[in-house]
Design a protein around this ligand. Structure first.
Ligand SMILES: Nc1nc2c(ncn2[C@@H]2O[C@H](COP(=O)(O)OP(=O)(O)OP(=O)(O)O)[C@@H](O)[C@H]2O)c(=O)[nH]1
Ligand SMILES: [Mg+2]
Length: 311
């Protein structure tokens, strides 16, 4: 496939994945007049797509100004102006990893139960291996039955080593994997962790401990602490970010399962929730390996608003 074919394929998948959210927001651009009813309906759709009340209201008030100052006449022009405003909010979240900054680069993935941590590690392992990076995985979920086997299966599929212990303590698995990563000259160590809820204080404290022990295995580690958020959780993602940040000091996010939800607007809420928003490294829009894609603000805004690429 050529680059442009590949890009088309990815955009088509992104749009298909985000269809449920798109139907709500894009659905109201029917070609009618721009009046108060239209703007109110648009605000309502943003809110029901989990953009959040505050952010939706800000977007609409900006839009009102733009309509006036630029003299916008058609809903199509409004759609493009909204895309611009959404892209502006999302843009600071675009980021990719710098694998040359540390060797090995130690990444730890955390999140609530079933968010997609282990699957995401498997998908990333494949992507990293394709980039010729040497990867090692740590089966740090010593809590859930079969979690270790799930990671081992991903390792086997991608020919990537997995460090696991028979009956282990997650911090000690992480320590072993980082030590192995150092001695074997690996580029990346990815540490899986058990799912936990912000209300489970002991488990949240355990996350802080895993983090500290990783720092003992390699100074400065973990270099990336990624919260994997299930997109179907919608606005609840904001509370998860706060809780996991407190426990483990987050450096970024991966939002999964955007294909199964009408709540894709939550990325806008996440991007708008802090002065310096956390990077959104990847988004998951399906179960396939190719459905985990680097986050791109403009493409995401296009997909959300049903804007067709023009070339
Ligand atoms: N549709 C869809 N499913 C996904 C996506 N990402 C992960 N999943 C599915 O979500 C389910 C849970 O994934 P896991 O990777 O086991 O989640 P986890 O966070 O490791 O779960 P625990 O370790 O039990 O906390 C699996 O069935 C995955 O295939 C996605 O982007 N889209
Ligand atoms: Mg898991």
């Amino acid at each position: 496939m050529t680059d442009s074919n590949e890009k088309m394929g990815w955009l088509a998948r992104l749009k298909k994945g985000l269809r449920k959210t798109q139907i709500n927001i894009a659905g109201i651009f029917s070609g009618g007049v721009i009046d108060e009813d239209f703007l109110e309906e648009l605000e309502l759709q943003l809110i029901s797509s989990d953009v959040g009340v505050q952010t939706s209201s800000l977007l609409i008030s900006e839009l009102r100004d733009t309509i006036k100052t630029r003299g916008l006449k058609t809903q199509e022009e409004v759609r493009l102006a909204l895309k611009e405003a959404i892209t502006k909010i999302l843009k600071p979240c675009e980021r990719s990893w710098d694998f040359t900054s540390h060797k090995p680069l130690v990444m730890m993935l955390c999140g609530i139960n079933g968010a997609g941590k282990t699957t995401t590690i498997g998908k990333l392992a494949k992507k990293f291996a394709d980039l010729k990076l040497k990867v090692i995985l740590a089966a740090g979920d010593t809590f859930r039955a079969a979690a270790k086997e799930q990671l081992l299966a991903w390792g086997e599929r991608n020919q990537v080593s997995v460090i696991a212990q028979e009956k282990g303590d997650p911090a000690s698995v992480a320590y072993d994997a980082i030590s192995a990563g150092k001695s074997r000259g690996m580029d990346v160590v990815m540490v899986d962790t058990a799912g936990r809820l912000p209300t489970q204080t002991n488990l949240m404290n355990e996350l802080s401990r895993i983090r500290r022990v990783e720092g003992k295995a390699l100074e400065g580690a973990p270099h990336e602490v990624i919260l994997v958020v299930d997109g179907t959780n919608g606005q609840n993602a904001l509370a998860q970010v706060d809780a996991f940040d407190k426990a483990a000091g987050l450096t970024g996010l991966i939002v999964t399962k955007l294909d199964g939800t009408a709540k894709g607007g939550v990325l806008i809420a996440l991007a708008h929730s802090r002065q310096n928003p956390l990077p959104i490294y990847y988004i998951g829009v399906g179960e396939g390996i190719e459905d985990l894609q680097p986050f791109n603000a403009e493409e995401f805004a296009d997909a959300l608003l049903g804007i067709e690429e023009r070339n």
